[in-house]
Design a protein around this ligand. Sequence first.
Ligand code: SF4
Length: 651
Amino acid sequence: MSKPRYLTKSRFKLAAECPTKLFYTGKDKVYRNLRQEDSFLAMLADGGYQVGELAKCFYPNGIEVESINHKDALAQTAELLKQENVTIFEPAIRHGNLFVRVDILVKKGNVFELIEVKAKSYNSVKPEILGARVGILSDMRPYIEDVAFQAHVLRSAFPNVTVKTFLMMPDKSVTVEISGLNQLFKIVRDGNRSKVIASPEAKTAKVNHNILALVPMDEYLDMINQDGVKYLRYTKALPLLAEEWSQAYQADLKIPPTPGSQCANCEFKSTPGDGFKNGFKECWAQAYQFTDADFEQGTVLDIYNYRKKDKLISDGRIRLSNVNEDDIKIVDGGEELSLSERQWMQVRGIPPDEDRGGFWIADHLMSKEMTEWKYPYHFIDFETSTVALPFHAGMRPYEPVAFQFSHHVMQENGQVEHVGEFLLTDPVVFPNFKFAQALKDQLDQDEGTVFMWSHHENTILNQIVKQLEATPNPPTNGSELIDFLRTLAKDGERAMYDLCKLSGKAYFHLGTKGSSSIKKVLPAVLKTSPFLRQKYSQPIYGSQNGIKSKNFTDFTWWVDAGQGVPLEPYDLLKDYGSTLLGETVLAGEDPDELVIANGGAAATAYARLQFEALGAEPRRKICEALLRYCELDTLAMVMIVEAWREFASTI
Ligand code: SF4
């Protein structure tokens, strides 16, 4: 018998992003789905499973409906609901083709409390749910609409009960009193599903219940009921949408696509040769008769950080060639490349008299900046993780954990060396203060400029300072560490220099699609720098007389992919990317993009080391992969600076 095709809460949420996605979802053997719904990684990445399990611990008499079979789960729920008062985890509720598993349902006679548990961070001291003129804030709306959908199903199934609704979320204003909270819940892969195992201490641990805020949602649901659910550029009453979408899903009918800016992040995109259908291209073929050749010419989706994509698309101007100067409103950045100038270069290309062979560079600005830098140059990259539940007593949800850095040095004579690294992934060990100490040991030797790529490093330095100031048990040299970190942070005497910012204002390559991500800029400079090609096409990296490395031996980074174009360095490490995630990473695919978490592949690997039941060998392999990846991140900075020095002729 075929499985019923119900509109569930996750499918409702998906349809609110774009109703056409309902047709592609669940056909994972046919359409490529980059988001890996319900996958192990997604669970790991947002820490949701831990929050969900902790929430259950707060209801010690709760009974779990364990069946994954719809019919059995409905029967078990109906049986439990015969009790006057009962708390049920994952009860199954159905109304027609609508079907939800509620996280926690507390029945008190004729009153049903519906509790949706989310890993979304919340601050009870400064709640951010409503905006002054916009009503429900856009980042809260999907969560509230999710609760509204569940409440609609519950009320439709039980019209005579009173339903009260709540969101339960980690409260960033609350500290925990015990260490190792997030170690109480481990996750194991069980075939295609994932299972959470709570340790026996989880139920008895003295956890401040306020760590998960129980926030009443009824007033916000009233707003949704009044205003409707927002999807794409439309708004419609929730019951109507639920009916429309459930019918389409039940009949497996594709809701005609309405392409827009949301398509840029559509997860139903395949890569050439992966054997999957491409939902995104199907939509655009259906709506605009687009072919592969049309995609190659570029669309307005490609314009970097451009806010009027929807307007252009709804005007029928979907190709890059349809965009004109008035659409971009070019602002003269002077010596620097302004965002609009960058966007215009994407649309019309680099002006011929400024084209340096596929790229543009602000030579003068670049040279001027370089004269300010001091040798030896230090290139640093941090890997961090922000987990929902705090590691240690005194910490709050989502406090960052800095578990790794890599460190390359470049001398005035151009000599490069991978001089240092730090990695601390032992479960239960809070790494931040040891991280700060290791950084101090490695950087305190001289006064050279310290480089980072993006301001993330600066944010982490400030957070560690705050943690050192707040902890009741600081290291013996805590104040020294604070002074040191302050010198590196923004406005400090030796403030870290942001190369990403420099890239944004002084470098443009058509292949980066306007982005200044290091993973886009590195392949771009490798393609165009004769210096990099000559130097790194030899197996000198990690060789006796070449560049000293901690994790590579006789490695060649410039590898010809054909016609003189190098392979992307991150592709050379794709096997390590697969090790980080425990899932296959295909060529041309960025492991970070496979992971929903903000932190990307390294943070997910760290989560695996903390929360997954792993043997010694897989742990060793993940650590090895982390070390290599992070080393490439700082080597990438070295190579980019080498190329820029060459381009700006300032060697
Ligand atoms: S490509 Fe666009 S229209 Fe099609 S499913 Fe994805 S987001 Fe929706």
